[in-house]
Design a protein around this ligand. Structure first.
Ligand SMILES: Cc1cc2nc3c(=O)[nH]c(=O)nc-3n(C[C@H](O)[C@H](O)[C@H](O)COP(=O)(O)OP(=O)(O)OC[C@H]3O[C@@H](n4cnc5c(N)ncnc54)[C@H](O)[C@@H]3O)c2cc1C
Ligand code: SF4
Length: 495
């Protein structure tokens, strides 16, 4: 423990950020990391708890008290080693993770948690700036070949671990660039894409082969799933040519809203809208780009994806942005004694919300209205009331009679989550699905991450359903160990 009285002396310090009016004018990241001194003070607040709940609250089990202490002592290089020992890509999580570790921090019971995420952000940025993040090619090659389908954080984490264990790893990606939702879901203003490119260079130097524009398991993908593949490879060919296969294709099938007017021009899935802007920022030309410029935009869905649509719409110059959520507005503060150390349900205001949006809660959208030329011009919505069923305890929704209202809407973005992975990809490999349509595979025991098909494993959103970057990294790492054990009979990779 760095400073015994640190938690009594110092307050939590948030990272500085560019003002909303300025940052709305560009697509760059706008959150600055803490200075060395500020990070040291934040590290000094850590109590080095006997039972560090932060470590358990973190899906990759970051060894948080240790790097907090090292940063307090300004031993940055050692802090980086500790951080990298559990997390391949702290520059991603240090930017986009919601930080369940902070919800679990013991200091959060009666004070503000240690700024763990800001310390992580500071460590990894310093690591890259100082040139400490270098390729770690294996000393020996095993001669085994592993195919990874999908280049999101799960596929990338698995690839890096397996390449470092000496296997020949090929990552197949149907889209034109590597990164999964890091590349084409999360906007640049939250994660600039050179951060991914830098890791790809490192991984190539470690032996990972990347093949973009290749759809594995030639099949017809469901509507709403992006596919920019120029080439397909049959699942059987992959099975023949590789000693193990990891399916890490994400959960890409979006939840639709099949109400009257859905086919109108101007009603789009979020994942039709967001990737186009990321492509434009990357320098591509997008024909007939879906744009919010000068429009009344309504985002349906109150989660992260919806929030990214808000930030993107504002940067494109929307006239007004409204965001609907079906659930009632959560309380501003959680009852910590009831929720700690778990992730609490409370009102969360994202940086995109700060930039301007009208948020409306407990609203259901009933139909989209036509402008007479096939374009959406407005929507009709109604208020709903949520009551607990006295018998089952489940929350039930009822429309409030007479509460219908009309709202101008020239662009509607559906951001209501993702229902499942694209089933045809799993079917192509003969992989069984669980009740929610995800690839069926356990995470523990001798068959961890193994599907019902010999030598086929599954990880990330494709196995667990729509989730978070940090969970995808965890699953990629754990799956890599399972594959290494399968191929070699034993593994020294961490779980
Ligand atoms: C808009 C948006 C914003 C988000 N923001 C955050 C955030 O701020 N913080 C956070 O923690 N999480 C966020 N998430 C969730 C997070 O991005 C995902 O949980 C995470 O990326 C899942 O990682 P993955 O590797 O399992 O899959 P993905 O990132 O979905 O990657 C899967 C990849 O597999 C490819 N693929 C699929 N099938 C095939 C095939 N047959 N052949 C070849 N390639 C294939 C896909 O093209 C895709 O690139 C967000 C999600 C969205 C949609
Ligand atoms: S729970 Fe909070 S105070 Fe305790 S070790 Fe973790 S970061 Fe430090």
């Amino acid at each position: 423990m760095g400073k015994v009285t640190g938690f009594l002396e110092y307050a939590r310090q948030e990272e500085a950020a560019e003002a909303p009016e300025q940052r709305k004018r560009h697509w760059r990241e706008f959150v600055l990391h803490l200075s060395d001194e500020q990070a040291a003070i934040q590290g000094a607040r850590c109590m080095d708890c006997g039972i560090p709940f932060c470590n358990n609250g973190c899906p990759v089990n970051n060894i948080i008290p240790d790097f907090n202490d090292l940063v307090y002592r300004q031993q940055w290089r050692q802090a980086l080693e500790v951080l990298h020992s559990t997390n391949n890509f702290p520059e991603f999580t240090g930017r986009v993770c919601p930080a369940p570790c902070e919800a679990a921090c013991v200091l959060n019971i009666n004070s503000d948690p240690v700024g763990i995420k800001s310390i992580e952000h500071a460590i990894i940025d310093k690591g890259w700036t100082e040139g400490w993040v270098a390729p770690q090619p294996p000393k020996r090659k095993t001669g085994k070949k592993v195919a990874i389908v999908g280049s999101g954080p799960a596929g990338l984490a698995a690839a890096q671990q397996l390449a470092r264990a000496g296997h020949e790893v090929t990552v197949f990606e149907k889209n034109d660039r590597i990164g999964g939702l890091l590349r084409y879901g999360i906007p640049d203003f939250k994660l600039e894409k050179w951060q991914i490119d830098r890791r790809i260079t490192q991984m190539q130097a470690e032996g990972v082969i990347f093949r973009t524009g290749v759809l594995v398991g030639s099949c017809q993908l469901p509507g709403g799933v992006n596919n920019w593949a120029r080439q397909t490879i049959e699942a059987q060919q992959v099975l023949r040519e590789y000693d193990a296969v990891i399916l890490a294709g994400g959960a890409e099938v979006p939840r639709d809203l099949p109400i009257p007017g859905r086919p109108l021009q101007g009603v789009h899935f979020a994942m039709e809208f967001l990737p186009q802007q990321n492509k434009v920022v990357a320098g591509d030309t997008v024909q007939d780009q879906i744009l919010a410029t000068g429009k009344h935009v309504v985002v349906i869905g109150g989660g992260d994806t919806g929030s990214d649509c808000v930030g993107t719409s504002n940067r494109q110059g929307a006239k007004r942005v409204t965001q609907f959520e079906l659930l009632p507005q959560p309380p501003a503060h959680e009852n910590k004694l009831l929720t700690w150390p778990y992730w609490p349900i409370k009102l969360r205001t994202s940086s995109s919300h700060e930039e301007g949006v009208s948020r409306d809660w407990a609203v259901t959208t009933k139909r989209f209205l036509d402008d007479g030329k096939g374009n959406v011009r407005a929507l009709v919505a109604a208020r709903v009331d949520w009551q607990q069923d006295p018998l089952t305890g489940q929350m039930r929704m009822q429309e409030v009679p007479g509460s219908e209202f009309e709202l101008p809407a020239e662009l509607v973005l559906l951001a209501m989550g993702f229902v499942a992975p694209a089933a045809p990809v799993l079917d192509a490999f003969g992989v069984e699905r669980d009740g929610r349509g995800n690839a069926r595979a356990a995470t523990d025991g001798a068959a961890a991450y193994r599907t019902n098909v010999e030598k086929v494993f599954a990880a990330g959103d494709m196995r667990r359903g729509q989730s978070l970057v940090v969970w995808a990294i965890r699953e990629g790492r754990q799956c890599a160990r399972a594959v290494d054990e399968y191929l070699m009979g034993a593994s020294v990779l961490p779980r």
